[in-house]
Write a new protein. Structure first.
Length: 206
């Protein structure tokens, strides 16, 4: 474990603020989805995906959550860069977190989902593929550095990556009457990764 004396009070304060926001961003995302599930007319949260909530009259509700989660990923990337627990894998992992934040932001900003938008260059599906790949590789890349300070957190990161590996591809083969519920389950895995890294940062910094 790294000694707290290596981290001045101001540095620990920054880590605390970033880690708290990372968790808060996940909560905001979850809450906006829940609100939209009740507000959007004729919405079936089991059959309809989060993307369906992101189009139409009430799209701003989920967009707030998407941007909050995007910022949470950026905050987690800043945490990883600030503490840098060593190795080229950790460097790649923190860059992957920043890229995840950008991808999630673009998913919300491009607004190419739910409304069958096909004008111009539609990149939503490519963003989804990139998101899926990064959510597998990022926790694996960060696990080695995490293990040096907290083997438990490393095991959680590896477990989440393996869970994502076996779970994410299934989404593309599900019938449309249950894919909304399954997409929410995948979202929980992504948020669990953020929460794990936020907690690890607080533990390392003290």
């Amino acid at each position: 474990m790294v000694s707290q004396t290596q981290y001045p009070e101001a540095r620990r304060g920054l880590v605390t603020a970033l880690s708290l926001y990372a968790c808060l961003g996940c909560v905001i995302f979850a809450v906006t989805i829940l609100i939209a599930d009740f507000v959007v007319p004729d919405h079936d949260w089991i059959a309809d995906t989060i993307s369906d909530l992101g189009a139409g009259r009430y799209e701003f509700i989920v967009d707030i959550g998407i941007y909050a989660f995007s910022a949470a990923l950026i905050a987690t990337a800043l945490l990883a860069a600030h503490l840098h627990l060593g190795g080229w894998e950790w460097s790649l992992g923190l860059l992957g977190l920043a890229l995840l934040g950008l991808i999630v932001f673009l998913v919300g900003a491009r607004n190419e989902y739910g409304d069958q938008d096909n004008e111009g260059v539609v990149i939503h599906i490519y963003l989804v593929y990139a998101l899926g790949l990064l959510l597998l590789l990022v926790p694996l890349a960060l696990a080695r550095g995490a293990r040096l300070h907290s083997p438990g957190h490393a095991r959680i990161l590896i477990g989440l990556a393996l869970l994502w590996l076996v779970s994410a591809p299934v989404f593309f083969f599900l019938p449309t009457d249950i894919d909304g519920l399954y997409e929410r389950y995948l979202g929980v895995i992504a948020m669990a990764m953020v929460a794990t890294l936020a907690h690890l940062s607080r533990r390392v910094c003290g």
